[in-house]
Design a protein around this ligand. Structure first.
Ligand SMILES: *Cc1c(COP(=O)(O)O)cnc(C)c1O
Length: 338
């Protein structure tokens, strides 16, 4: 899953590494993402576009050999119509059954109509049938088994009309629900990028993302004084405050003000005061003065401070932390042959 610029990490760097590692199926959300990905990967990769065709976009899917995910009967009709007229002979598509998200995919009534009138698939080459789990990150949630049952039933029902189709249900967390959920193809996203797919258990994945800043100013603050906009952090003893040049414009969420910490070496230092657009302030009093100066590296995400930890402090999920990472960072990729 490389939608949203590979979860904010840079699809141009990520997708070729996944392809080199053996990944053959790629999923994106939008047609534009699909076109860009085809240019990156060249022929050979299967690229599915989750949002499917809309408003006459079918020819672009064919031109770039993208597989639309057909989410409702209207999209099935649109794609079938195109396939009947098209001369490029690109007819590949995926069909998405909704088994409990109520977001995208054919619902129960549409499923029945498709089973009753399977000839609407005649012109289409269905390569994949998929569904998406709503609660896979809660191992014991009853939705998991219920959705598995509905997906299996839909596959059984359509099997005569879809010979040898590839079936896919599991996202990252779904993979860890057990082999019943694996079918032919899994669609991991967050786990590839180091998020924990098995909360509250320990993270089985390598944490691959690090976010570092460098201090640009250190100041001694007398007491009583306050730090930052709104004077939300009050200093009651003399302390030392360091300023790091990243802020909410860089995706360091404003809700992390007074709620998160950074690490310098192995020392945890709290983020104090509000997060500004371009700056944060951290209380470095716990460190010897000689160890904290302009240029000192500060880690905001990394070993000991996972994306899930930062997300919890911000009241969100690791996905939002990653996809919010801003454009001003210098990005360095290591491993994967790069
Ligand atoms: C985003 C997405 C995934 C990947 O989910 P993760 O939880 O990141 O593994 C899989 N399937 C669909 C349909 C998605 O939209």
């Amino acid at each position: 899953m490389v939608k949203a610029d590979a979860y904010g990490l840079g699809v141009a760097a990520v997708a070729p590494v996944l392809a080199a590692a053996g990944c053959r199926w790629f999923f994106v959300a939008t047609l534009d993402e699909g076109i860009a990905l085809r240019a990156l990967l060249g022929d050979g990769a299967e690229i599915a576009v989750l949002n499917g065709p809309a408003g006459g976009s079918a020819p672009l899917f064919a031109e770039h050999q993208l597989m639309p995910v057909l989410n409702h009967l209207g999209q099935i009709a649109e794609w079938a119509d195109f396939c009947r007229r098209d001369e490029t002979l690109w007819r590949a598509a995926a069909i998405h059954f909704d088994t409990g998200m109520n977001r995208l995919g054919l619902g129960a009534a549409e499923r029945d109509r498709l089973a009753a009138g399977p000839d609407m698939l005649d012109a289409i080459e269905v390569r994949l049938v998929m569904s998406h789990l709503a609660c896979a990150d809660e191992r014991r949630h009853a939705m998991n088994r219920a959705q598995l049952g509905l997906f299996t039933a839909a596959l059984t029902r359509l099997a005569p009309h879809l010979p040898a189709v590839t079936a896919s249900l599991a996202n990252s967390s779904g993979i860890f629900l057990g082999a019943d959920f694996h079918f032919d193809l899994a669609r991991p996203g967050i786990a590839l990028y180091g998020g924990n797919p098995t909360p509250p258990e320990p993270n089985p994945m390598a944490e691959v993302v690090r976010l570092q800043g460098k201090i640009i100013q250190v100041r001694d603050v007398d007491s009583p004084m306050t730090v930052g906009y709104g004077a939300t952090h009050r200093v009651d003893r003399p302390c030392r405050i360091a300023t790091v040049p990243l802020g909410y414009a860089d995706g360091f969420l404003r809700s992390l003000g007074n709620r998160s910490y950074a690490t310098i070496g192995s020392t945890r230092v709290p983020v104090v005061g509000r997060v500004s657009m371009d700056l944060i302030t951290i209380d470095v009093t716990a460190l010897p003065a000689a160890e904290v100066h302009p240029g000192t590296p500060v880690e905001l995400i990394g070993p000991g401070r996972s994306i899930d930890d930062v997300a919890a402090a911000a009241g969100t999920i690791g996905y939002e932390i990653l996809t919010s990472l801003g454009a001003r960072y210098r990005r360095r990729y290591s491993g994967g042959g790069r």
